[in-house]
Design a protein around this ligand. Sequence first.
Ligand code: SF4
Ligand code: SF4
Ligand code: FES
Length: 318
Amino acid sequence: MANILIQIQRFNPETDDKPYMQDYEVSKDILTGMTIFDALAYIKDKLDPTLTYRAFCRSAICGSCAMKINNRAKLACKEQILFHVKNGKVVIKPLENAKIIRDLAVDVDEALDKLKQLKPWLEEDPKKVPDSTKSESLVLPQEFAQYDKLTDCILCMACYGSCSAKSVSDNYAGPFQFTKALRFIKDSRDGVDIDERIELCLDNGLWDCVQCQMCLAACPKGLTSADDIQELRRYAIACGDESTGAKRAVTWFRDVFATGQIDKYNLPVNAKGDIAKREELAKEFANRGISPDKFAPQPFEKIDEFRKFIRKVEEEVK
Ligand code: SF4
Ligand code: SF4
Ligand code: FES
């Protein structure tokens, strides 16, 4: 039976200058029914005891085996290897946005430090949580439903290792960190002031997310950090955030509601108070003999229907 080529990124910081790819060939017969985790264990056991990776539960629960499989972050113990074979090979690399400890094992400390900065714990609201163990702290089913799904995060870092914003910003907390922040904002027992929690999110780059949606694609538990970040941004605006990100969002919404389009000519002033930028644009228009008014967006014919649709969406997300 044919062999499958498994290419694995190797790196030992003590001996290697840079990462390199190493090839392992295993017969398709042996790999049939194996997960990526099983295949790595087979390689370590039979072919190369120096191969290093992290895994524990083998049940998609502990979150320790996230890695990049054909360039997508996945849990190695959840993925059948043959499903990922393309042109006879599978390529396995460590998660990005984290320092490599060795081969496929990455350092999780920085991501967890970022998480800590967002206060991922409950500070009990004394009105909700009794101070003795004689009575229970009651959470109504409809209250729990607000954050039930958000508690499914297993801290695997698949989202973090795929995040575009994290790859360019050291300050950016990361997707699962914001999902966790939202989880505590929504917990009816939490006594931390919402402004304080939102301030922590703002300090850790809430507006830096570029909504690339890679975190959604990566999450093995179906969590939607990109949407959670949008929800946190709505909270931020409601709390009076006046940062550039908040102003840009408010301006875009106002423009789109008014005409269906963004007023690009006035955007620098409306979103950032950047008069110099608009003057630059005005000069550019003048050089080309164009009046900026020509670019002022006008409402399109069915704008009323469009506005009704926006209002309906607003009601639904409330
Ligand atoms: S949507 Fe935002 S949080 Fe999610 S991966 Fe993209 S930049 Fe990161
Ligand atoms: S949000 Fe999903 S992908 Fe990100 S750490 Fe949690 S479980 Fe993993
Ligand atoms: S080994 Fe625990 S999630 Fe994969």
